[in-house]
Design a protein around this ligand. Sequence first.
Ligand code: IVH
Length: 360
Amino acid sequence: MEHNSVIEQMRQLIQLIAKHNHAYYVMDQPSISDSEYDHLFHQLKALEQQHPECIQADTPTNKVGGQALSKFESVTHAVPMLSLGNVFNQEDLFAFARRIDERLPNQKVQYDVELKLDGLAISLWYENGVLVRGVTRGDGETGEDITQNVKTIRNLPKVLASQHQAIPDFLEVRGEVLMPKQGFEKLNTDQEAKGEKTFANPRNAAAGSLRQLDPNIAASRPLAFYAYGIAQCQPNHGLETMHDSLHWLTKFGFEIAERQFLCASIEEVQQRYEQIQQERPDLKVEIDGMVIKVDSLKQQQQLGFLSREPRWATAYKFPAQAALTKVENIDWQVGRTGTLGVTMNSSVSSRTQLDFQMAV
Ligand code: IVH
């Protein structure tokens, strides 16, 4: 068979398998039977055995089966992964906008409003369009190399593909790894059935899955990646706004969160916040608020950073979610110096994580 048609056939199989993986793991709606899936997989493997010179970098056949690592290597981030300041109410939000207006006199400011995804931040490096490294946020300066695990995330492009856009020589994409709610429920049901430990919430499940030294475990978990920023791009992409950068990423196969808004005023940001709070239960993923970013990349540069937080972005947190809890027992201990200690055991009826704040 001719070289090009082998590659063409491999690409078709890879795409088909990726589509069925997405239906199975992310949507939880299998689109073909297990045996049909196995058949596609074996067809691809057979082709690869006959034509090893044509093996595609993003083939799912070498996704798993990698050796378990003994530990993760440390990697220093070329561009630090910073944190965000917080606002909790309309008053704080408007004060955030006032500080921006004071620094950008007579400039119109638009806001890019995104979901604050409740997962784990990671950074992905693509060299000539091929995923070469995935790193956790760590302390923001140094993270851990989790490339093996990241390569098992099904909705994440292992090779950048675009019909209309040139592939950058180097691209570093930032985003969040999450376990969508449906996949999380299914994982817990499966774990329970196997008599294995269940996870308290999707965030813990995602964190636990990424921390596995054996990539086969991460591969069996329904993880998803949503992009929310570009740390480096060579040559420069030439885009001018946050909004455009995220849509540019989708053209290469990245998924972005299911809601994103461009707001012309801070009042509109407040409206979107209220809207999302209503829609929160219907979303596919867990969120803990919104992230408000100045949309213009030039204005972002003008605003810069204050210590380790950007002045051009903030997190607008939702009030802690209420959940029913049954207090099972309370233990009091009087310390040597007369301080009172309290331990409370409770069962949480929903799997929502609770923050207990107890003042004694
Ligand atoms: S942008 C310099 N966008 O929030 C700004 N972060 O407190 C960098 N997060 O660790 C972050 N959703 O994991 C950004 N749409 C979003 C986000 C988001 C969730 C997390 C991120 C980071 C934390 C910052």
